[in-house]
Design a protein around this ligand. Structure first.
Ligand SMILES: CC(C)(COP(=O)(O)OP(=O)(O)OC[C@H]1O[C@@H](n2cnc3c(N)ncnc32)[C@H](O)[C@@H]1OP(=O)(O)O)[C@@H](O)C(=O)NCCC(=O)NCCS
Length: 436
């Protein structure tokens, strides 16, 4: 009988691998100034606070563009931009400082909530800010003097790391200071990519006004550095996407592992992006995230998480941990971004030139995308490589899947002698064989 609440328990268990994966990792999040005005801003802060509580080392970099625009409007000062970058004169800088101070206080206030029955109950997030960034003037480019607009010269990564070691969230305003004591206005995306690069962060997320990088009207879920470079150099995507991609590429070149472009308008967007297989925005990485490879001892826990629910409902035969550890080199796993979501094992019987495929599994959330077939083909190839000529499976629930893939029903007599002895007459699995 399914116990009440079991669905919830299953769900909670299913996020465990992502929690393990983010723990101790440095995550830099760049908040566009618009995000602070979103209705779900407090929920966003609760999400960040939760990520910090589960061990992520969080740096928040924020922008203040709409707040500065508003202040300049009130003071009747005209904004001037060239190539999307503000020309910051003395009046504009005073607005940037005012806006940065106010937004900082709003963010600190949001982190201080702790009402019972809200996600912030018992939260003890400490937010620290400081003079972590040294800047220099952007200077004169193509005849345009950007005045007090600056670029990052140095990030005091040791000071930031010390705060992160204490479990504090580091909050960085879009301002940097020069050794002469001047303040410079910084572009938050540029600042965030420099900070993430200096810290060699595992993740940098830009919360932006777009849904992600869009191609032919669709958000591209994942991009490699090569693809991102091509999108930028050949102008294959909109200007806004190119703008975000340039900073993403800068961070990746500086050693950040993954950059995410996530819409700030989506309530819970950052959680979906970080804690689900496909995410909601675009992830850009320098490595191939998905791999089908032979399992190693490090994969045992991941495999247990994948196989356990199917062993419990009787789809798969139970394998104790020690057996799995002993047989780990027989397993092949499908991995995405550090999470194991598929497996299959090959047990060769060289005398009969037969191979058994076992533990063929794809996490239920990702079934139906051809991964089961990929695993089967891989096992077939591995079997051929070691000179096997036939592959068999024992199954109680997946007969049709195998029939559709060239297997035919067989009997216990067709099994290798060793396996025949172990055949479980109570389980009465059906046997299917395929010529390779
Ligand atoms: C069998 C399994 C590995 C297939 O993985 P997958 O990634 O969904 O496989 P594919 O995407 O290559 O194939 C999907 C197709 O198989 C079908 N399918 C899935 N499970 C099936 C089953 N038990 N019986 C018959 N067909 C099945 C799907 O309906 C889909 O059909 P379609 O392509 O016509 O839409 C996966 O369903 C699984 O892990 N099942 C539970 C474990 C299990 O039974 N393993 C076999 C142990 S012997």
């Amino acid at each position: 009988m399914e116990e009440p609440g079991l669905e919830w328990v299953d769900w909670f268990r299913s996020v465990a691998p992502y929690i393990h994966a983010i723990r101790g990792k440095t995550v830099v999040i760049c908040l566009a100034g618009e995000m602070i005005r979103e209705d779900h801003f407090n929920s966003f802060i609760a999400d960040i606070s939760m990520m910090s509580a589960i061990g992520a080392r969080i740096v928040l970099v924020y922008g203040v563009r709409p707040q500065v625009e508003e202040l300049m409007g009130l003071k009747a000062v005209e904004s001037r931009y060239v190539s999307g970058i503000r020309i910051t004169d003395a009046q504009a800088l005073s607005c940037v400082k005012e806006a940065a101070g106010e937004v900082r206080l709003d963010i600190e206030a949001a982190f201080s909530q702790g009402l019972p029955n809200t996600p912030m109950a018992h939260s003890q997030c400490r937010v620290v800010s400081g003079n972590f960034v040294t800047a220099r003037p952007l200077g004169i480019i193509d005849g345009t003097d950007y005045q007090l607009t600056g670029v990052v010269r140095k990030v005091d990564k040791e000071a930031i790391k010390r705060e992160l070691d204490f479990g504090n969230i580091v909050l960085i305003a879009p301002l940097g200071f020069s050794p002469t004591g001047e303040a410079f206005n910084l572009t938050c995306e540029d600042l965030a990519s420099s900070v993430a690069g200096e810290l060699k962060a595992e993740k940098l997320a830009f919360l932006t006004n777009v849904d992600g990088v869009r191609r032919f009207g669709e958000v591209v879920t994942e991009l490699t550095v090569q693809e991102a470079n091509e999108f930028v150099s050949k102008k294959l995507v909109d200007d806004e996407d190119i703008y975000n991609l340039r900073y993403a590429l800068k961070a990746l070149n500086l050693g950040v592992s993954r950059v995410h472009i996530v819409p700030y308008a989506l309530n819970g967007g950052i959680l979906e992006e970080f804690f689900t297989h496909d995410g909601v925005g675009t992830m850009i990485t320098s490595e191939n995230l998905e791999s089908l490879r032979q399992a190693t001892a490090d994969d045992v826990s991941g495999l247990i998480k994948l196989l356990e629910p199917l062993e419990e409902d009787g789809t798969l035969v139970k394998r104790p941990r020690e057996k799995l550890e002993r047989e780990i080199n027989r397993f092949y796993v499908l991995e995405h971004d550090g999470i194991i979501y598929g497996s299959a094992a090959l047990y060769p019987f060289p005398n009969e030139k037969l191979g058994e495929m076992g533990a063929l599994t794809v996490d239920s959330a990702y079934q139906g995308s051809g991964d089961g077939e990929r695993l089967l083909k891989h096992i077939e190839n591995e079997a051929r490589k070691v000179g096997l000529t036939r592959l068999f499976v024992l199954t109680t629930r997946t007969m049709h899947w195998f029939l559709k893939r060239g297997f035919r029903p067989a009997s216990v007599e067709d099994l290798p002698i060793e396996k025949r002895k172990l055949y479980n007459w109570q389980r009465r699995s059906q046997i299917f064989i395929k010529d390779l």
